[in-house]
Design a protein around this ligand. Structure first.
Ligand code: KG4
Ligand code: ZN
Length: 338
């Protein structure tokens, strides 16, 4: 079965073709980063207008790369209702509805974060449920006990800012352009993470909750008392110290949850899963307690429609499709919506 997946949740217009849930035939990601970086973050309305321009060419390209035509598509999957504050999903949902209607094929609405999880399953054929997921993106920080396909329990989430949002806001304080996460990651490689001692919020609390607003404020308080030239001189040390604080909290809570729930496998997904320090720290700490750690390659960590299509396949097999005229843009009834 050929599935055409679409996702336009944030600032990437994504179209992908996946065969039978686990074979990736194409993965088109048309990024709007250059447009939004001049505003310091995603401007939802501009993002939606850009998605409108790019969605059809992205679909065409994804079919071309897969060596297929629209008539070969067995059903459609679209991300729906999951990135807080964004409205771009209207574009992929309505495009998918229209195509499903005119092609007379089924349509599946996929939770955006579940799509991130399936991007990992798509890449690693040996990976299978159950496992513990750390899903970290611009809008989410979730620890999820993934018992089986479609069966998830969120055991912890953020009480304020999401991990990616924190990277982006701190990057801004350091004069780095949007998206800040990859820039902090790169800059940190030249910095010393021990120079500044930032708080590790909630790290020792007996729960799996996160909070990053206080950490962001600590960086703000530090730079507020520094001259611009001082910030520039110490930027890499501030970035490295901040990144270390985020990584310490994420890794400690994830390892603790995996041990407590007796999950032998940990899966790291979402845009922040691209972070080199987070990947290596989780690898290291996971190995120490015999946990297997998986994370997708970078292009499958950040937003993509490949995971949406893959997830759509399994959802379709379980539940069938949705009525194209009924599928809501903001689908809230899902175990990963907290
Ligand atoms: O999953 P994603 O592409 O979009 C959302 O669903 O939000 O995640 C985007 C987030 C942004 O906040 C971005 O700064 C962050 O992922 N990110 C990173 C890195 N690459 C992307 N954060 C830290 N280190 C990175 N290398
Ligand atoms: Zn995402």
């Amino acid at each position: 079965m050929f599935i055409l997946g679409l996702d336009t949740s944030a600032d990437e217009t994504c179209a992908s073709v996946v065969e039978n849930g686990r074979t990736l035939l194409s993965n088109i990601i048309s990024s709007q980063v250059d447009i939004h970086s001049q505003y310091g973050g995603i401007v939802p309305e501009i993002a939606s207008r850009e998605h409108l321009k790019r969605i059809i060419p992205s679909i065409q390209l994804s079919l071309e790369q897969a060596g297929l035509h629209l008539d070969h598509i067995d059903f459609l999957a679209t991300g729906c209702g999951s990135v807080p504050g964004m409205m771009g999903e209207v574009v992929s949902v309505f495009t998918a509805k229209m195509l499903s209607y005119v092609l007379d094929v089924d349509l599946v609405g996929v939770n955006h974060m579940e799509g991130h999880i399936y991007a990992a399953l798509l890449e690693y054929p040996s990976l299978d449920f159950p496992f513990l997921v750390l899903a970290v993106s611009g809008g989410h920080t979730l620890l999820v006990d993934a018992e089986d396909c479609g069966s998830y329990t969120v055991i912890g989430s953020t009480r304020d800012d999401a991990a990616g949002e924190t990277f982006d806001k701190v990057a801004r304080l350091l004069g780095l352009s949007y998206p800040g996460g990859p820039k902090i990651d790169k800059l940190s490689r030249q910095g010393d993470p021990t120079v500044f001692s930032f708080p590790r919020p909630m790290i020792d609390q007996q729960n799996y909750e996160f909070s990053f607003a206080g950490l962001k404020t600590s960086v703000l308080n530090l730079v507020r008392n520094m001259e611009a030239v001082e910030i520039a001189e110490q930027r890499s040390d501030i970035a490295a110290s901040f990144q270390q604080a985020v990584v310490d909290v994420l890794v400690k809570k994830t390892i603790k949850a995996a041990s407590k729930l007796r999950r032998e496998t940990i899966v790291l997904v979402g845009g922040v899963a691209a972070n080199s320090q987070l990947r290596s720290a989780l690898d290291r700490q996971g190995a120490k307690c015999n946990k297997q750690v998986f994370y997708p390659s970078i292009s499958l960590c950040t937003d993509n429609a490949a995971g949406i299509a893959s997830c759509g396949y399994y959802q379709y097999k379980r539940e069938g499709g949705s009525d194209p005229l009924e599928l809501p843009v903001f689908k809230r009834n899902h175990p990963l919506v907290v």
